[in-house]
Design a protein around this ligand. Structure first.
Ligand SMILES: Nc1ncnc2c1ncn2[C@@H]1O[C@H](COP(=O)(O)OP(=O)(O)OP(=O)(O)O)[C@@H](O)[C@H]1O
Length: 238
C-alpha cells in the first residue's frame, strides 16, 4: 500500500451465497480523492461498495484500508425505511451516535457538526420534520448529511444523486469535494456522467468485471461507454 492509497482492492471475488457477482477485482482508490464507480444496472457497483463497507464478505481476495476506522456508508434511500418515527435532526445525529456509542450524551461539538452537516446539504430548514414526511430527494440529502456527520476517513455512497434536482446535486457534489479536501477517501456509485467526470478516479464495471480504471476522462471514453452501454450514441447521462 502506498501513501497515496485510501483503499487497495486485491483480486476480490464476491457475491451472495453461491451466486458470484464480482470477479477478481483489483484496484487502488486514492486517499484524499473521489472515486466514481460506473457501470450498467446489475454490473456489481453496489456489491463492490458493500465489500468496501464490510457488509459483503469476499469469497476471495483482500481489501486494505489506509484508515482503520469504521467506514460511513450512505445507502440508497429506498433501502431505508421511511416509516421510522424520527426527525431529520435525529437522523443526522445517528451519525454521531455511531462514533460516541448509543448511551452517551452528545457534546456541544457533536451538535455543531450536526448543524454543519444539515447546512452543507441545505436541509437545516427541515431539521424538525419527520423523515417520513419528506420527498425522496430531501430524504436522500438527509442520508448524505448523516454520512458526513460520521466524519469517517472512508465515505461510501450508493448513487447519492439519483433522482435529485440540479441544486441538490450541486450540494452533494460540493460536499464530496470538501470531504476530499479534508483527506477523506470518497467512493460513490453513479449513473450521473457529470458527477463521474468530476471524480479523481473512476472504475468501470461490466458484468462483475473491472473493464477499466483511471482518470474519468480516460476511462469514460465514448468507445468504452458505447461498448458497455450497448447501442449508446450520445452520453448526456449513463
Ligand atoms: N442481496 C442480494 N442477494 C442476491 N443477489 C443480489 C443481491 N443484491 C444484488 N444481487 C445481484 O447482484 C448483481 C449485482 O447487483 P448490484 O446491485 O451490485 O448492481 P449495480 O451495478 O449496483 O446495479 P444498479 O445500477 O441497478 O444499482 C445483480 O445481478 C443482482 O441481482
Amino acid at each position: 500500500m502506498h501513501g497515496t492509497d485510501g483503499v487497495v482492492i486485491s483480486d476480490v471475488t464476491a457475491g451472495y451465497g453461491s451466486r458470484t457477482v464480482l470477479y477478481g477485482i483489483t484496484a487502488r482508490l486514492p486517499r484524499s480523492g473521489v472515486t466514481a464507480v460506473v457501470g450498467p444496472n446489475g454490473s456489481g457497483k453496489s456489491t463492490l461498495l458493500g465489500v468496501l463497507a464490510g457488509v459483503v464478505r469476499p469469497s476471495r481476495g483482500t481489501i486494505d484500508h489506509a484508515n482503520p476506522g469504521r467506514p460511513a456508508f450512505v445507502v440508497q434511500r429506498d433501502a431505508v425505511s421511511d416509516s421510522l418515527p424520527m426527525t431529520v435532526r435525529d437522523t443526522v445525529a445517528m451519525g454521531r451516535w455511531v462514533l460516541r456509542g448509543p448511551w452517551r450524551r452528545l457534546t456541544a461539538l457533536d451538535h455543531s457538526v450536526i448543524d454543519a452537516c444539515l447546512a452543507a446539504l441545505d436541509v437545516s430548514d427541515l431539521a424538525g420534520r419527520q423523515l417520513s414526511t419528506l420527498s425522496g430527494g430531501q430524504r436522500q440529502r438527509v442520508l448524505v448529511a448523516q454520512g458526513l456527520a460520521q466524519e469517517s476517513g472512508l465515505l461510501l455512497l450508493d448513487e447519492p444523486t439519483t433522482g435529485l434536482d440540479m441544486s441538490a446535486r450541486e450540494h452533494i457534489s460540493g460536499a464530496l469535494d470538501r470531504e476530499r479536501a479534508r483527506g477523506v477517501t470518497v467512493v460513490h456509485t453513479t449513473h450521473d456522467l457529470e458527477l463521474a467526470l468530476r471524480a479523481d478516479h473512476c472504475l468501470l464495471l461490466e458484468d462483475g468485471r473491472l473493464l477499466a480504471e483511471g482518470p474519468p476522462g480516460s476511462v469514460l471514453t465514448s468507445q468504452a461507454l458505447g461498448q458497455v452501454f450497448h447501442g449508446l450514441s450520445s452520453v448526456p447521462n449513463l
